[in-house]
Design a binder for this molecule. Structure first.
Ligand SMILES: Nc1nc2c(ncn2[C@@H]2O[C@H](COP(=O)(O)OP(=O)(O)O)[C@@H](O)[C@H]2O)c(=O)[nH]1
Ligand SMILES: *[C@@H]1O[C@H](CO)[C@@H](O)[C@H](O)[C@H]1NC(C)=O
Ligand SMILES: [Mg+2]
Length: 431
């Protein structure tokens, strides 16, 4: 495994260097351009997200920034530097080794991301950057005074809170830097109050700074340029999970759920660009999948999370209605809660949960196991999620990409007291 990773990262580095040298050729074309213009290309955009945010909101922030970087590339070559995954709040397993500095290639297919925008891993950036400093960090924040009318604007302002510290010795800024806090520093750090879409940052990045590497911290502060349009879906389609994780999910489907792509009409094209499914093209495997979000949600979203008994009742009713006798459960609930649920469902249905081997957990960590759960849910005939869970939302998008009938996707569990039981908003795919 370790060797496979080394080979993989070497390969990715070669790809990056290729992109890099293509850019150098481009620089030779810049006849008469000033020395520093030549020096600054390609430029690098780094970003980070509020430390408390979970994996699936972070995926959404990637999309906003990827659209920005693609638009920056209309002006000159920019590369998006992927923020390593370090110590996410929900990743609690202690027996799988440290869950930090995890590169994106463990979870995602980088070649697929690159079909939307140039990206590189942070460790590759450090290699081509040749120094352990980021030129400029802009910490995005809201306006201290709040707002009464919404308007797009951004201004340099004093920091409301500032997690960076000045290091008088090096004359640089200390920061978390995705868990590289003992190695990496920033030359300059400022706060910017912003209200608007990610696109508002483009003129600032092109005109107000010529730094080679710029990091936007708290990038979730800016909104999607256009939520749900064709470009939104392009970047979403490019965010494919890594092959190794998909393979594990597919093997589980085949072994336990009688589910294969050919039979279920969920065959994936080599490039996401060639995949343009219509609603109803996909059939899905003969099982009902539920994403039962528990853990912190039981407390913070009490009104939306049903009791295990009532969840079981809803699942049985749905399985019966759709004549499905297998139920796949993806959940962050502890084992005892899962067993209770299974007991409430009873013997008339076969209930499954993905149980990773010890080696899989070590190799792919909590983040990888969660992706396998999402992948299996994405292939079910019928999916039921949890209200307001970005984990459930990402499964819904995945099913839109695969071409499911929306009736089989946009469903959720409800609390016993929620008689209205409003179903999720249907964000349909656009091409
Ligand atoms: N394996 C697994 N992990 C889950 C499941 N549901 C939640 N988690 C974990 O809990 C995290 C929830 O955070 P997040 O991704 O922000 O989704 P949200 O909080 O539901 O919007 C996930 O990223 C997973 O690490 C599940 O069904 N299976
Ligand atoms: C960017 O530069 C323009 C022109 O100099 C200036 O008006 C604007 O305030 C600057 N933006 C920020 C956020 O500092
Ligand atoms: Mg969350």
């Amino acid at each position: 495994m370790a060797l496979a990773f080394r080979v993989l990262s070497l390969f990715l580095l070669v790809c990056t260097l290729r992109v890099f040298s293509e850019h150098s050729e481009h620089e030779h074309d810049l006849n008469g351009a000033s020395e520093d213009l030549k020096y600054r290309e390609p430029r690098y955009l780094l970003y980070d997200v509020n430390p408390g945010e979970g994996f699936n909101l972070r995926r959404d922030v990637y999309m906003r920034i990827a659209v920005l970087v693609r638009s920056l590339n209309e002006d000159g070559p920019w590369t998006l530097v992927l923020p390593p995954w370090s110590r996410l709040y929900h990743w609690r397993s202690r027996d799988v080794g440290p869950q930090e500095r995890i590169p994106w290639s463990l979870f995602f297919d980088l070649d697929s991301l690159r079909e939307f925008v140039p990206v590189m891993e942070f460790h590759e950036f450090l290699e081509v950057n040749k120094k352990n400093t980021i030129d400029e960090v802009y910490y995005l924040q809201h306006y201290k005074e709040g707002w009464d009318k919404w308007e797009e604007k951004m201004d340099k302002r004093p920091c409301i809170t500032n997690p960076y510290d000045w290091n008088p010795e090096s004359q640089h800024w200390y920061g978390w830097f995705f868990g590289y806090n003992d190695e990496v520093e920033a030359l300059k750090m400022e706060c910017i109050s912003v209200m608007g879409h990610a696109g508002i940052l483009k003129p600032f990045l092109l005109k107000n700074t010529s730094a080679r590497s710029v990091m936007l911290d708290r990038a979730e502060t800016v909104l999607h340029d256009r939520y749900g349009d064709a470009v939104f879906w392009q970047v979403r389609r490019s965010m494919r999970f890594s092959k190794q994780l998909r393979d594990i999910g597919d093997a589980f489907r085949a072994e336990f759920l009688d589910s294969t792509d050919a039979k279920d009409k969920t065959v994936v094209e080599k490039s996401w660009k060639n995949m343009k499914r219509k609603h109803g093209d996909a059939l899905g495997g003969p099982y009902l999948a539920v994403h039962l979000r528990r853990a912190d949600f039981v407390r913070v979203r009490e009104k939306d999370v049903p009791s295990l008994k009532f969840a079981a009742k809803q699942l049985k009713d749905l399985a019966e209605k759709h004549s499905l006798n297998k139920i796949f459960v993806a959940t962050d609930a502890p084992m005892d809660e899962y067993k209770l649920l299974k007991g409430y469902i009873g013997d008339s249905y076969e209930v499954f949960k993905f149980e990773p081997t010890k080696q899989m957990r070590k190799d792919f960590k909590d983040g990888g196991v969660a992706i396998i759960d999402q992948w299996i849910c994405a292939h079910a005939r019928l999916f039921v999620g949890t209200r307001e869970s970005t984990f459930s939302f990402r499964i819904q998008d995945e099913r839109e990409i695969l071409g499911f009938n929306p009736d089989m996707t946009f469903n959720r569990l409800c609390h016993e007291k929620d008689k209205k039981c409003e179903q999720p908003t249907r964000w349909h795919i656009e091409y």
